[in-house]
Design a protein around this ligand. Sequence first.
Ligand code: IYR
Length: 215
Amino acid sequence: MRPLDFVRMSPAAMAATAEELARQMRARRSVRHFSGDPVPAALIRRAIEIGSSAPSGAHRQPWTFVVVEDLNVRRRIRAAAEEEERAFYDERAPEEWLEALAPLGTDAVKHHLTDAPYLVVLFRHRYTPTPTGRSKNYYSTESCGIAAGFFIAALHQIGLATLPHTPSPMGFLAEILGRPEHEQAYLVLPVGYPAADAEVPDITRKPLDEVMVWV
Ligand code: IYR
């Protein structure tokens, strides 16, 4: 153990920081219309570093962020994802699920997978390989969810847009990206600037009183 590095802020600074952060995060939206404008790779690296600073079960950090810049690989991912999505929208999805998605205007066409300059595919480690075999990971699903949240928040703060995309099943991602057996695709995140004419669903968020119970 070692002493924690921690400096208490003044109450005024805390309140001001909370207000400013709330204001910034309120403005975050999942974006499906991306500009192809280039984004400095250093920003993506920094956002992944922030994502990977997330807490994780037994500090296993059970994740790999694969950055796909190569357009040919993004095209292959898009083709495979759209094949799964067509099966989802045309056959697999129950009516109730399609009704829930209707306000978002989603369909099987995934322009964003090739429009955005980067695809970041987050892989979850089902276990950690060791020189003699494998060691167990703990709460790897929760850990990856937290890391994804940190990453999404970081991108927004940096001035970039993203969207958590979950083709199902996602087995094709490990195959196309040549990931090892212990890695399982968890989330696909296109990253870039929003297109100049980007639109988002006109939806609101639940007010605090609806999502919070104070005992
Ligand atoms: N994976 C599909 C369907 C989809 C599911 C949910 I839950 C969403 O919030 C949005 C879409 C797709 O990407 O279109």
